[in-house]
Design a protein around this ligand. Structure first.
Ligand code: HEC
Length: 325
């Protein structure tokens, strides 16, 4: 008698996979009862086992109970609405930011306008310690503009050779000046609340840009029955609905040097774009590198695919025959 067949491709992969997978004791026992003969054959030639029985028995190794339970639990957990401890807070709407797509870059003109808003409005209360004037070069300003801007500031430096501190005009390597000498002074000037440093504020709040835009434009009269504490302002987007920062942006609060009308929402959008850039200045380069990496990996993948097919072609086209001698 003569038996011959083509080995099915998936059967081979599956068999290799199940041979390297840890089996539960139960399955091991099952296996040892029925297939010790099969396994000794396997040692000689794995081709001799019957495809059907192997496949069905060992596919159990794919499905382990804890994995399934964890997946089901995670799915249910993540689809449940999150309960907030405080129901006074409004969730900000989603806004279509120019820079939020996977391939989109920051709007440089908006960063420039946003810096003007920060400098003229927010900088009187908020510091931005992590940003230096030189960071703006090539992003929103030329080197000359950045130098001129830095020189407008008086920076304390020192000590000099006499051990005295002195002031000098700012340099582009200087960071933005802080409005208050320390946190206590900042609290004292703002009825006890500390205006946070804005360098990373977009990353430091849930809903990032959307939240800050909603916060800046969300000031309104409190609804009936809501009592606002002395020195606080009603803002439904802030946790608790009462914020120590008063409304900062009013139409025409700044004059943009590119002539854009300075409406409240325009200024809010621009300052948020500026803050988003400040909290992630390398975003554009990172996205560009991502595209390059995906392209390179795709090319390498084609090579890998070709090599794999070449190497496996031997096994996949092998024909095994058993003959009764
Ligand atoms: C008069 C001072 C003042 C000005 C001007 C000001 N802020 Fe504030 N800001 C504060 C204070 C005080 C807080 C802290 C509020 C609190 O904790 O109740 C604050 C908080 C914030 C917060 C954090 C809110 C949170 O979720 O914790 C952001 C963001 C913010 N300000 C952005 C801005 C921006 C952008 C501008 C400029 C358009 C600005 N602020 C102008 C005083 C100011």
């Amino acid at each position: 008698m003569k038996t011959s067949y083509w080995r099915p491709t998936w059967g081979l992969i599956h068999r290799l996979y199940t041979r390297t997978t840890i089996r539960t004791p139960n399955q091991l026992r099952l296996g040892s009862q029925t297939s010790s003969f099969q396994r000794s054959l396997l040692a000689l030639s794995s081709a001799q086992q019957e495809q059907g029985s192997w496949g069905s028995r060992h596919s159990k190794t794919f499905a382990s109970f804890p994995t399934i339970a964890a997946t089901v639990f995670a799915t249910i957990y993540m689809s449940c609405p999150i309960l907030k401890a405080d129901d006074e807070t409004l969730e900000p709407p989603k806004y279509p930011w120019n820079h939020s797509g996977p391939l989109s870059s920051f709007d440089a003109a908006a960063i420039r306008r946003g810096h003007q808003v920060y400098k003229n409005v927010c900088a009187s209360c908020h510091s931005m310690e992590s940003i230096a004037y030189r960071n703006l070069i090539g992003v929103a300003y030329t080197e000359e503009e950045a130098k001129a801007m830095a020189e407008e500031e008086e920076v304390e430096d020192g000590p000099n050779e006499e051990g005295e501190m002195f002031t000098r005009p700012g340099r582009i390597s200087d960071h933005f000046p802080a409005p208050y000498p320390n946190d206590e002074a900042a609290r004292y000037a703002n009825s006890g609340a500390l205006p946070p440093d804005l360098s990373y504020i977009v990353k430091a709040r849930h809903h990032g840009e959307d939240y800050i835009f909603a916060l800046l434009t969300g000031y309104r009269d409190p609804p009936e029955g809501v009592n606002i504490r002395e020195g606080l302002n009603y803002n439904p987007y802030f946790t608790g609905g009462q914020i120590a920062m008063a409304r900062a942006l009013y139409d025409g609060a700044v004059e943009f040097d590119d002539g854009t009308p300075a409406t409240t929402s325009q200024m809010a959008k621009d300052v948020v774009t500026f803050l988003a850039w400040a909290s992630d200045p390398h975003q554009d380069e990172r996205k560009k590198m991502g595209v390059q990496a995906i392209f390179t990996i795709s090319v390498l993948f084609l090579f890998a695919l070709y090599t794999k097919r070449l190497r496996w072609s031997l096994y996949k086209s092998r024909r095994i025959e058993f003959r009764d001698m």
